[in-house]
Design a protein around this ligand. Sequence first.
Ligand SMILES: [Zn+2]
Length: 157
Amino acid sequence: MRSSGKSTPVRLRDVVGDGWGVTLRGLDLTIECLAGWHPLIRQFAADAGRLLAAHPGTWLEFRQVKQKFGGLRIYFETQAPDDVAAAILARKDAIQQASFFKCEVCGSHGTTVSKDPARARAVSTRCEEHEDGRIFYWGQGMEYSPVATARFRRKTT
Ligand SMILES: [Zn+2]
């Protein structure tokens, strides 16, 4: 799967599904990462939903789900009791850490690569097939930008 041109925006609810009631909120936000990490996001939602279900009335609201510095980042707020919130945070940390070993494009084993360490946007986690000497630029609307690629290439060679 090569990405070029605009990618279709994916909403969080498209990945984690409906049926969370008021437990998981903020599902209309747009996910700013590729499909290889969707299973990790689903896993986090399932874990958080299960932890919250044991405490009726508690909820978690997603603020942002994105790629940053080559890893998955999940931001949320919760009013769950401290011990429940700590358990959810621990799950989040584990899942974010796992993303550094999964190709963001396809989900198979990946490594975090950078063509230009000075630029966080040039860092990505990819398998060998999808790394392909490319630099992925996370501009507005997650558009793959050949212009940015050319610019980064000139700078690094
Ligand atoms: Zn891949």
